[in-house]
Design a protein around this ligand. Structure first.
Ligand SMILES: NC(=O)c1ccc[n+]([C@@H]2O[C@H](COP(=O)([O-])OP(=O)(O)OC[C@H]3O[C@@H](n4cnc5c(N)ncnc54)[C@H](O)[C@@H]3O)[C@@H](O)[C@H]2O)c1
Length: 371
């Protein structure tokens, strides 16, 4: 929608993996959304712009190749992944689905582009979680290393905290291999966890919103805490709550993608950007949500649960984030006003909250027991 509004010819490809998994595991988003063809029609009626679509699996190379050969895109934005860390840690079936889906979609896209649109700019959604939580500063993609008196510039070391994050690391490696070998043009965006409800395009159109997930598997932490506050459930802080990450508003994800597409890297370059606006630890987020909730008369509490994940609960964290600002990104901060708007949106749909979806069901140690 953001690109179509700017006069670009846009096509969307999706196989409804997210919807199918949500249905199978009984974890629907807070509000049900129409399917893609209907959403494209609604967009046309509100904006006058047409977005074409194809429903199919990008793991099917012939399907994807046909689309790239016909459409001949200048830019391809690759979102198509199983993107839940807990899902990828549930058991062997979920782990295999995540591994095969995520690596195959990236691999097929690379080959479709090499064959039919070799000059296209691939914009890949990576994740800040690829870097893990090293005890040194995190750079934007690359690190200059001096070793035994010699220097080189290499991919910043990566160490994912879940299989999902590990598949994203594989993606970065695959892209870098094909960039340096065949001269593809790629931007890999290392994005932190996203929160929020609306973007400029969806603000007054509820049927055009993205899915607002709040369950333990699909929900990202700020959205989950907002729902928990409204539902009167103590906010589920895992362990000590000192886990620090870089967060961003959904509005800024769109802003960033548009900036990245409009400012291509050099042909044959692998550009890596970090994207988040603010670093917080989980306890700080819980406190912010409680404070915003109180300003609306909701008394929210915090519960420290046994941590279902294997992760450091207190650690050093300092990630560089300069390149998007240099391209002109105007950050949206996690203010009390922003949280109040989210709380108000959730309150409108309070009756739809399924309280059985709140507590963490996937433990990192379970994956082994169920394998
Ligand atoms: N949401 C976040 O906080 C966050 C943070 C960092 C990175 N990311 C990355 O951003 C991207 C988008 O995330 P999202 O939160 O919008 O997830 P999402 O699940 O809403 O979007 C991904 C879409 O890709 C589709 N898809 C998956 N596999 C496919 C396949 N084989 N063929 C066709 N379509 C397929 C899904 O059906 C879904 O509609 C992902 O790559 C994710 O790893 C997300």
């Amino acid at each position: 929608m953001a690109f179509s509004r700017r006069g670009n010819e846009v096509m969307v490809v999706d196989n409804y993996l997210h919807r199918r998994l949500a249905l199978k595991h009984k974890m629907p988003p807070l509000v049900a959304l129409p399917e893609l063809p209907e959403r494209c029609q609604i967009w046309k009626s509100v904006s006058g712009y047409e977005i074409s679509h194809a429903i199919g699996d990008i793991q099917d190379f012939e399907f994807l190749e046909g689309i790239v050969a016909d459409f001949k895109p200048d830019t391809i934005i690759h979102y198509a992944q199983q993107r839940s860390a807990p899902f990828s840690m549930k058991g062997i079936e979920e782990a295999r689905l995540t591994l095969m889906n995520n690596i195959t979609t990236t691999f097929n896209l690379i080959w479709a582009v090499m064959r039919h649109a070799p000059k296209a700019h691939i914009i890949k959604l990576g994740t800040l979680g690829e870097y893990g939580t090293p005890n040194i500063d995190i750079e934007e993609g690359w690190i200059d290393i001096e070793h035994k008196g010699r220097k080189d510039r290499m991919l910043y070391p990566r160490q994912g905290g879940s299989l999902y994050h590990t598949t994203k690391i594989h993606d970065t490696d695959l892209l870098w291999f094909y960039v340096r070998t065949y001269g593809l043009t790629v931007t890999d965006i290392m994005q932190g966890p996203v929160y929020g409800v609306v973007t400029d395009e969806t603000e007054n159109h509820p049927d055009l919103l993205t899915a607002f997930d709040y369950d333990d598997i699909y929900g990202t932490v700020v959205n989950r805490f907002v729902v928990q506050a409204v539902a009167g459930i103590p906010l589920t802080v895992y362990g000590k709550g000192g886990q620090t990450r870089g967060f961003l508003n959904i509005r800024d994800t769109m802003q960033a993608i548009v900036l990245v597409a409009e400012n291509r890297p050099k042909t044959g370059e692998m550009r890596i950007l970090n994207q988040f606006t603010e670093q917080f630890n989980i306890s700080e987020i819980a406190d912010k949500v409680c404070k915003a909730a109180l300003s609306l008369g909701i008394e929210a509490k915090v519960a420290h649960l046994e941590n279902p994940r294997l992760e450091l609960e207190e650690h050093y964290y300092k990630a560089a984030v300069n390149k998007l600002a240099e391209l002109g990104l105007k950050p949206t901060m996690l203010t009390e006003k922003v949280l109040r708007e989210m709380l108000e949106y959730v309150k409108e749909h309070q009756h739809k909250i399924d309280k059985t979806l709140i507590m963490p069901r996937v433990r990192w140690s379970h994956a082994l027991q169920h394998a």
